[in-house]
Design a binder for this molecule. Structure first.
Ligand code: SF4
Length: 127
């Protein structure tokens, strides 16, 4: 029980929320990337906390940092390593019309890891 609640809380900590926000902004920046200072400003963190977030995201392979000369000073630009998700890629996903959507969650009796509809869609989808 304690382990389960600890595992669940992993996804709702302030830090993980900031990591998701940062990743979302980096992904939206696309091929242009975003200056690390701009990113930190957008998610409302100090440079110290921003650096930690970027190091973690980089370690997980979700972003890459490139040295960048900005207004005469060296800084870093941050780029997503993943292509942006396109709406086309989820059209037809069974979850969008699933009658069990509200009961479905990882670890539940009804869950994505046990779902044959989802498995079939992933295996047959051409996106
Ligand atoms: S994973 Fe399966 S059960 Fe869960 S919402 Fe998607 S289609 Fe429904």
């Amino acid at each position: 029980m304690a382990l389960a609640s600890r595992a669940t809380s992993r996804f709702i900590t302030k830090r993980s929320t900031l990591e998701r926000s940062a990743l979302d902004i980096v992904m939206r920046a696309g091929d242009n990337g975003i200056l690390q200072t701009e990113l930190w400003k957008k998610i409302g963190v100090s440079s110290r906390e921003g650096s930690r977030i970027c190091v973690r995201l980089e370690k997980w392979g979700l972003i890459r940092r490139e040295k960048f000369l900005h207004e005469g000073r060296w800084t870093y630009k941050i780029f997503s390593t993943k292509p942006p998700i396109k709406l086309d890629s989820i059209i037809g996903a069974p979850c969008l019309t699933c009658p069990y959507y509200s009961k479905c969650a990882p670890g539940n009796e009804i869950s994505p890891e046990k779902c044959t509809w989802l498995e079939e869609w992933v295996l047959t989808s051409e996106v």
